[in-house]
Design a protein around this ligand. Structure first.
Ligand SMILES: Cc1ncc(COP(=O)(O)O)c(C=O)c1O
Length: 374
């Protein structure tokens, strides 16, 4: 009988946010509002739709394996050389490539926890040890929702080849500030690559939250990860990228890339999205305004919501989390529960968020969550 490697057999499956179709099938709820996966609610940008149409006739051919046009456009956008850029099939695949490129079995990957749920899974596949450093309260007496960078620096040892700092952090939305992050980067040894995972960078409004691309300058062991899935509206096409100060880092990521995994449609769409940046900025501003409204509405209800710098908010329901999420789903609203910890809710349109708030009121006043969630 064949058997998967023990590390793989023992892995919990990655659980993506549920879709309205899942709810329709499983509990017979039609037309659910999906606030589970941090996409933006806007349709694809007009230029993107046009680019996909124009490229559709080329899909009998393999795409450009080096994504040269996209790589050039990204290099120009960020003021780096194309050799410092590695495009991939979503930022998550770039994370996997990083582990493959930098982690021999038995080496380590460090990150805060809770953070992006793929980090421990990809470490396990790479045969790497995981060095998890618990989040700490971001405000006195608050829940654990913020990076402990001093703790993360202390956890790094000679086995640590890779560190992920998710800023803003998924799922808590909190962000680390410049002075703290610079102190951390100064403390990290040269043999450890720090990847600043900035999947939600475009939603950051606090000027004290540093732009990783500026921070990486002059630091050869720092790289930045970004994605077209969130602000740029291309979640369904899968494009992410790494920007590295040291071209050798980008080169290592390209070496571990699955050939042709960024499709021609995805490349053309990403280039078109970059050319529509002004429109993307407007959309992000609308999301940020709605984030403020949603945060205030939740706080008005007495719920402790951390300041989010991303396009989602975090509700630390603790032991009640799974019950609240299930009760919301029965009300046709899909959020992202992390059982025993909290609920991550994507900022939707004002209409979607009002549906969510109404459903939450119904769930909290009915006491359903209290009875089943203990
Ligand atoms: C922190 C973080 N990094 C990376 C990703 C991966 O994004 P994608 O693979 O869609 O580019 C996500 C997606 O949710 C994320 O939250």
């Amino acid at each position: 009988m064949v058997s998967a490697r023990p590390a793989v057999a023992a892995m919990p499956a990655y659980r993506p946010g549920r879709n309205p179709a899942d709810l329709a099938r499983e509990i017979g709820v039609p037309r659910a509002v999906k606030l589970a996966s941090n996409e933006v609610a806007f349709p694809p940008l007009p230029a993107v739709v046009e680019a996909i149409g124009a490229t559709a006739g080329e899909t009998n051919r393999y795409p450009d394996n080096g994504a040269a046009v996209l790589t050039r456009a990204l290099a120009d956008r960020y003021g780096v050389e194309p050799a410092q850029v590695a495009a991939g099939c979503g930022a998550v695949t770039v994370c996997q490539q990083l582990a493959q490129a930098f982690n021999d079995p038995g080496s380590s990957i460090a990150f805060a926890w809770r953070s992006f749920e793929m980090y421990p899974l990809l470490a396990q596949v790479a045969g790497a040890h995981v060095q998890q450093v618990p989040l700490v309260p971001g405000t006195p007496g608050g829940t654990r929702d913020t990076h402990d960078l001093a703790g993360l620096a202390a956890a790094i040892d000679e086995t640590t080849r890779l560190v992920f700092v998710c800023n803003p952090n998924n799922p808590t939305g909190t962000a680390v500030r410049r002075a703290e992050l610079e102190r951390f980067l100064d403390a990290v040894p040269a043999h450890t690559l720090v990847v600043l995972d900035e999947a939600y960078r475009e939603f950051v409004t606090d000027p004290d939250v540093p732009d990783g691309v500026q921070l990486m300058r002059g630091r050869p062991n720092v790289a930045v990860l970004r994605t077209f899935s969130k602000a740029w509206g291309l979640a369904g096409l899968r494009v992410g990228y790494l920007l590295a100060e040291d071209p050798a880092v980008a080169d290592a990521v390209r070496r571990t890339h699955v050939p042709f995994s960024v499709s021609s449609l995805a490349q053309a769409a990403a280039v078109a999205a970059l050319a529509s940046e002004a429109e993307v900025r407007e959309r992000c501003a609308a999301v940020v305004a709605e984030r403020a409204r949603l945060t205030a509405a939740l706080r008005d209800r007495g719920l402790p919501v951390a300041d989010s710098q991303a396009n989602f908010v975090w509700l630390p329901f603790g032991e009640r989390t799974a019950a609240v999420a299930a009760a919301l789903e029965a009300q046709a609203v899909i959020t992202r529960p992390f059982a025993g910890e909290g609920l991550r809710v994507t900022v939707g349109t004002p209409e979607e968020d009002d549906v969510f708030l109404g459903a939450l009121d119904a769930v909290l006043t009915s006491g359903t969550a209290d009875q089943t969630g203990a």
